[in-house]
Each structure stands twice: as structure tokens, then as C-alpha cells.
Design a protein around this ligand. Structure first.
Ligand code: PEP
Ligand code: MN
Length: 352
């Protein structure tokens, strides 16, 4: 249930409404817009039956939220959410954000070379896997702690915030110490213990859509993180499993506008895991931006043929730069901006 308040409501009236709702055992969530403030009620709504909500001073209207996800729902927030990552990046504003880097952190040299190059091309956040969720137990599993230390070093050296995946509840604090954003991979989207644990940390979360998850299930996964206290969630469409075998997954372009309609959370797209083929990364990235994505996450490797994971879908450094050069035109066509020189990312985000 959400309560729409009068435009001239006072702070005392707001507090009073919240107190009345909390007194019967629900939680409240405040969303302030420029013109309106709304109060979301979370919990067993039957407890509100005896409360004549419309008669409390300052209340203009009371609406039911029928969706099972509340905190993530578009109705619960007056504004679209902007999620800040590190000191220099913000996802969900006017300015699109590109995250780039290797699938796996393999050694210091390749990470530095990639960070330097992608930053120069206009990426705002560095990605790199430390703990890898591989389909085979015999494949490279990532360097683990060693990779986390390398990510932290390279972040300090290049001033790029970093995102890396956390696979296990036991590693949440360790990963949060080293990274600016924690990724939940597709295979863990419904690991509710992990999602709940991520609700506890004060780090933004990049939540990837599960291989066979519906949009509603993705939003419920976000709701888990939010209900446990962390509202900084960015959703990622990374392709879903379909009957089609010509691509690694099928990029669900429709999920982008559907998510933008259903939630206030930012939505980015991973064209690398969607297509599974370096040649498909650019066209899928263009489609994502055209459909309204707030950003992209792209795998880049200095020498894809030598990559220890996902080499086939990784762009080399010149290909990533060529992609970046073409993106601003697509951003502009979609009514967004993408600046490659590093000067206006946060200014753009503040506008929204
Ligand atoms: C990754 O980002 O390298 C990854 C494993 O992604 P996903 O969980 O989407 O497969
Ligand atoms: Mn990968």
C-alpha cells in the first residue's frame, strides 16, 4: 500500500502518519520527490484495516500496490533511483555508464593494461572476476583473494571503481572490503541466503538475471536485497536460455522497457554473456541502448585468444575502443548522453 501525501504536507504531519502506521506493526518507506512525497507501507497490510488512513491530516490518497515486489516497484518511489558506485560513477542518471574489463582477473599485468585502456576509452567502472562460477569444476575458478587484492591495487592506481562477483555468503565482507560494487551472477540470482546477506552490506549490488528467470523473479530477487536493508541495486539483463543455439543466450531486449516500467532501479545490459561472441557485442549493445538501458557491462581482454575464461566473447582493446566511439550517437538517439572524456558523468547523473 502506498500513501500519497498532500503537496503542502508538513514534516510533523509526515512523522505522524508514519507513527500511526508503524504503531500497528508495519514498516514505512519514504520517497521524496520535488512535488510529492509518498509513504510506502511494508508488512501485513491487513493490520491497516482498522486505521482510517484517509482521515489522517496530510493524506491525499491511499493506493494498493498489487505487485509482490514493493520496494523495487515503480510505485514505491517518486524518482528513478541513481546508484552511486565508488566516488566517481553513478548509474541511472541521464548519462549512460559503461563497465568494462576481463571476465577473470588473471594477473596484475593484464588487469592494469585493461584498466588503463578501458578508462581511456570512456569506461567508468572496471569489472574483473575473482571467484568464477564455472559450469565445469575443471575450468579455471578464478584467483580468489589474490584477484581481490589486484583489483583493489588497480582501483587505487587508475581511480576506477571496481565490480566483482561474490559467490558465497562467507565471502561477502571480504569482497565488500576490496570492491565498490558486488555482483550476483546469473547462477546465484535465486540464492536467497546470499541475497539476504547482501542486504546487510553498504555496497551497491549488480544483480544479474538468472538463466531461466522471469522478469518478476528478477525483481523479487532485488526485493530480497532491499528488504534486508540495501536499496542500492542495479539490475542486469544478460540473456536468457531459449531453444536458440546460434547464440550463447538470447538477449531479452523487451526486458529493458518492461523493467523500466516496473521498477525505479537502474537497468544495464551485458551483451557479452548474452551473445557469447565478440562479433555480437556491438549490435547487442546498440540494441540495449536503443531500448532504454542505463548502461552496459562488457568483457574486454588484451588478448582474447589467451583468456582463461570467456575469450570468445571478449573484445580486444581496439575493438572496445571502436565500440565506445560509436555509442554516443546511439545514446543521443535514445535521449541520453555518453561522454567519453571522463568529465561529465556525475554532473549528468545529478540532473535526473
Ligand atoms: C560474468 O560476469 O563473468 C558472469 C559469469 O556472468 P553471468 O553470471 O551473467 O553468467
Ligand atoms: Mn564471463
Amino acid at each position: 500500500m502506498i500513501i500519497i501525501t498532500r503537496p503542502d504536507i508538513t514534516d510533523a504531519e509526515l512523522d505522524h502518519i508514519r507513527e500511526r502506521i508503524e504503531a500497528v506493526g508495519l514498516h514505512t518507506h519514504l520517497s521524496r520527490g520535488e512535488k510529492r512525497t509518498i509513504i510506502g507501507c511494508i508488512g501485513d497490510e491487513s493490520l491497516l484495516q482498522e486505521l482510517p488512513l484517509r482521515s489522517i491530516p496530510g493524506v491525499e490518497n491511499v493506493l494498493a500496490v498489487l505487485k509482490p515486489y514493493k520496494l523495487a516497484s515503480r510505485e514505491f518511489s517518486v524518482n528513478r533511483s541513481i546508484v552511486r558506485v565508488g566516488a566517481s560513477a553513478a548509474i541511472g542518471g541521464q548519462e549512460l555508464v559503461v563497465i568494462a574489463g576481463p571476465c577473470s582477473v588473471e594477473n596484475r599485468g593484464m588487469l592494469r593494461e585493461t584498466a588503463d585502456a578501458v578508462r581511456g576509452s570512456g569506461a567508468r567502472i572496471l569489472r574483473g572476476g575473482a571467484f568464477k562460477p564455472r559450469s565445469s569444476p575443471y575450468s579455471f575458478q578464478g584467483l580468489g583473494r589474490e584477484a581481490l587484492a589486484l583489483l583493489a591495487d588497480v582501483r587505487a592506481e587508475y581511480g576506477l571503481p571496481v565490480v566483482t562477483e561474490v559467490l558465497d555468503t562467507r565471502d561477502v565482507d571480504l569482497v565488500a572490503e576490496h570492491a565498490d560494487m558486488l555482483q550476483v551472477g546469473a547462477r546465484n540470482m535465486q540464492n536467497y541466503a546470499l541475497l539476504s546477506e547482501l542486504g546487510r552490506v553498504q555496497r551497491p549490488v549488480l544483480l544479474k538475471r538468472g538463466l531461466s528467470a522471469t522478469i518478476s523473479e528478477l525483481l523479487m530477487a532485488a526485493e530480497y536485497i532491499m528488504a534486508h536493508g540495501n536499496r542500492q541495486v542495479v539490475l542486469c539483463e544478460r540473456g536468457i536460455r531459449t531453444f536458440e543455439r546460434a547464440t550463447r543466450n538470447t538477449l531479452d531486449v523487451s526486458a529493458i522497457p518492461v523493467l523500466q516500467r516496473e521498477t525505479h532501479l537502474p537497468v544495464i545490459v551485458d551483451p557479452s554473456h548474452a551473445g557469447g561472441d565478440a562479433a555480437l557485442v556491438a549490435p547487442l549493445a546498440f540494441a540495449a541502448i536503443a531500448a532504454g538501458a542505463d548502461g552496459l557491462i562488457v568483457e574486454v581482454h588484451p588478448s582474447p585468444e589467451d583468456a582463461l575464461s570467456d575469450g570468445d566473447q571478449s573484445l580486444d582493446i581496439p575493438a572496445f575502443d571502436a565500440l565506445m566511439q560509436r555509442l554516443p550517437a546511439f545514446a543521443a538517439a535514445a535521449g541520453r548522453a555518453l561522454t567519453l572524456d571522463g568529465t561529465t558523468a556525475l554532473a549528468g547523473a545529478a540532473v535526473a
